[in-house]
Design a protein around this ligand. Structure first.
Ligand code: RFL
Ligand code: PHB
Length: 397
């Protein structure tokens, strides 16, 4: 039996778990991470790409931003398109200079993992946590299996950063929270392709055939998504069909989409889910373990990092100032931003996806919103400040 002692035991080496570990280390608080999957699997998992200003600032402050600064693509605005008409939202201009950075989640995870292991810190891959116990005492335990051997982390606190399918959420008593859930009647088919982006900034587009998004990863790699039915299958989508549909849905007068070889293709369901209690005794949830949002607003990873900020504040209070108020208020503080992100992600999703017949009442409401974006700088500002992410101080109400 492997026995490990640390101050904070962390389950999950995704963006939340790794950021938490680095931040605690910077503050002189020790932690150990167990991760269910292999290093190759975690670093190869294709997911987010849009980093808010807050997230970029935090990674830089942790000394983890060197490659992101070199390879990341900073954007000052975004395009929203509806029935082939495109509007630009210049968010830097509307939000006092705030920007977003496009840098793949796998790259963030690689940077954080490399730095953690190079510093000689403990991270066990292929080590699945299967039970969390003693969270009502000051010696909590994470029980895990690694290479067929049982192990226990004895710790002051457990941080469950183990994503939507993890064990952390299941360890919170069911009668201590309310759960909220929306399953949208559509999914995203996402591709990565070896082709220069056909746009300088992201394009989100409503079309009568369904939603499409043009994102990017570098000067030579594009990331694109299209709305498909939930029961659709990847085999129904040849590369030619994907490019045809993308060109149609993103198309606008005087603009054309360049196609190229697709090297990654997958379908992701769209869901909003959350619980409104993020802790029990010495156990704290952060990131997708507590909430998921549909990816239309680019919020999931950013929300995970924001949870970590509140958790770090609470743990610093506990270890350095001998007070528990911030830890006691963790759920309340985190929920403010979680609900904001749920609302914005739902807004972007319902504005831009095909939900009912073209021309129906639902469609007319979507179009009325889009027309309002064109006429009102107040509305454009609302979208811009949510898209880039409100500063932490905004939530001190
Ligand atoms: P993760 O990344 O899921 O990491 C959780 C980790 O925990 C491990 N794990 C366990 N380890 C040990 N024992 C167990 N029992 C365990 N159970 C699970 C898992 O293997 C995993 O490594 O959660 P975290 O850290 O909270 O990060 C959240 C983000 O991954 C997620 O919110 C984003 O990817 C969402 N998302 C986006 N977010 C953005 O902010 N901007 C975007 O542009 C954006 N685009 C996206 C997205 C998600 C997408 N998909 C595929 C869902 C685009 C897509 C298509
Ligand atoms: C991405 O680049 O993968 C991406 C960008 C914006 C989103 C979702 C995903 O809203």
């Amino acid at each position: 039996m492997k026995r490990i002692q640390t101050q904070v035991g962390i389950i999950g080496a995704g963006p939340a778990g790794l950021t938490l570990a680095h931040w605690l280390k910077q503050k002189g608080i020790s932690s150990v991470i167990v991760e269910l999957r292999s290093r190759e699997y975690v670093e190869g998992r294709v997911r987010a790409g849009l980093l808010e200003q807050n997230t970029v600032d935090i990674l830089n402050e942790l000394g983890m931003g060197a490659r992101m600064q070199k390879e990341g693509m900073v954007h000052d605005g975004v395009y929203l398109s509806f029935d082939q008409e495109r509007v630009h939202i210049p968010f830097a201009e509307l939000t006092g200079g705030r920007q977003i950075t496009i840098y793949g989640q796998q790259e963030v995870v690689k940077d954080l993992t490399d730095a953690w292991l190079q510093a000689g810190e403990q991270l066990y891959f292929e080590a699945g946590a299967h039970q969390i116990t003693d969270i009502d005492t000051n010696c909590s335990k994470i029980h895990f299996t690694h290479n067929g051997e049982e192990g226990i982390i004895d710790c002051d606190f457990v941080a469950a950063c183990d994503g939507f399918h993890g064990i952390g959420r299941k360890a919170i008593q069911k009668d201590s929270y309310r759960a909220y859930d929306i399953t949208y009647p559509f999914s995203w088919l996402g591709i990565l392709a070896n082709v220069a982006p056909s746009t300088d900034e992201l394009i989100y587009s409503y079309h009568q055939n369904g939603f499409a998004l043009h994102s990017l990863r570098s000067d030579t790699v594009s990331r694109l998504y299209i709305q498909v039915d939930n029961d659709d299958h990847i085999d129904n989508w040849s590369d030619d069909r994907i490019w045809e549909e993308l060109a149609l849905r993103l198309g606008t007068k005087g603009w054309s989409l360049q196609s190229g070889p697709i090297f990654d293709k997958s379908i992701t369901p769209m869901r909003s889910h959350m619980i409104d209690n993020l802790s029990s005794g010495r156990l704290f949830l952060a990131g997708d373990a507590a909430h998921i949002v549909p990816p239309t607003g680019g919020k999931g990873l950013n929300l995970a990092i924001a949870d970590v900020k509140h958790l770090v504040d609470g743990l610093i209070g506990f270890y350095k100032e001998n007070e528990t108020q911030l830890l006691d208020n963790y759920t309340e503080l985190a929920l403010r931003r979680i609900w904001r992100a749920q609302d914005f992600s739902n807004f972007m999703t319902t504005l831009l996806h095909k939900q009912d017949d073209h021309g129906s009442f639902t469609y007319q409401l979507q179009k009325a919103k889009f027309d309002y974006i064109k006429m009102s700088s107040a509305y454009r500002t609302t979208i811009a400040e949510n898209y880039v992410g409100l500063p932490f101080e905004s939530y001190d109400y």
